[in-house]
Write a protein that binds this ligand. Structure first.
Ligand code: ZN
Ligand code: FE
Length: 232
């Protein structure tokens, strides 16, 4: 079983989420997308854990800037995409599409996810039904096309759409409010109601199931590439 703790970073500015991942059976811990070190260290101390790995989804500074501090403090190994290895400092373990990576007894399946950047990866814990989407998929919206094309992003979203509906996802930012205006129809209204409640309590909107996201997120519900292109 995988225990996930979101850690809000750059609060009020970019509202990034780093995550603490613990394989409960073996108490092996990783941190994912360490936007800044301090809030992540605070959470590790609060839980009394030592991260063994630093997972990354992509090279952007707001997802890696705390990496080296955590690496130095805990001796953790930085794990990311081979394609990003030339621009993520201190990378120790390089992965590519289709690889599996073990965190204790939990296994992450690596999915390449070009679009927001080239070399972006998704961390999919198939057995635990948990997906970390970085800056590819947010609640009700998607990441901007910084390096990839609309077609690459569409192909990445197609890959996500094929995953089971009961998989829940954890995004790289709390951007749900930006997605609110995209919505129409009843499912979206229910989504907003729940999301607003979570945000009012200072909680992340995640985790939301892919099943719900596929219905409510207009970028996922677009049923053709042409329709998708009207949105990006
Ligand atoms: Zn990014
Ligand atoms: Fe980001």
């Amino acid at each position: 079983m995988l225990k996930v703790t979101p850690v809000l970073c750059r609060a009020g500015q970019m509202d990034n989420y780093a995550y603490l991942l613990e394989d409960v059976a073996t108490k092996t811990v990783a941190v994912l997308d360490v936007s800044e070190a301090e809030p992540v260290i605070n959470e590790c101390e609060k839980q009394g854990v030592t991260p063994k790995f630093i997972f990354t989804t992509h090279h952007h500074f707001d997802h890696v800037e705390g990496n080296l501090t955590i690496k130095e403090k805990y001796g953790a190994k930085i794990v990311g995409a081979e394609a990003d290895s030339f621009r993520i400092a201190g990378m120790d373990i390089m992965l590519k599409d289709g690889d599996n990576f073990k965190l204790g007894d939990s296994v992450a399946h690596i999915l390449s996810a070009d679009g927001h950047t080239i070399g972006h990866i998704l961390w999919y814990f198939e057995k635990d039904k948990i997906l970390f989407t970085g800056d590819v998929l947010f609640n009700l919206c998607i990441g901007g096309l910084f390096e990839g094309t609309a077609e690459q992003m569409w192909n990445t979203l197609e890959k996500i759409k094929k995953l089971p509906d009961d998989v829940v996802f954890y995004p790289g930012h709390e951007y749900t409010i930006y997605g609110f205006h995209n919505l129409h129809g009843l499912p979206g209204e229910r989504y907003i109601e729940k999301a607003k409640k979570r945000l009012a309590q200072g909680l992340p909107v995640a985790p939301v199931s892919l099943g719900e996201e596929k219905i409510c997120n207009p970028y996922l519900s677009a049923d053709s590439f042409a329709e998708f292109c009207k949105l990006v």
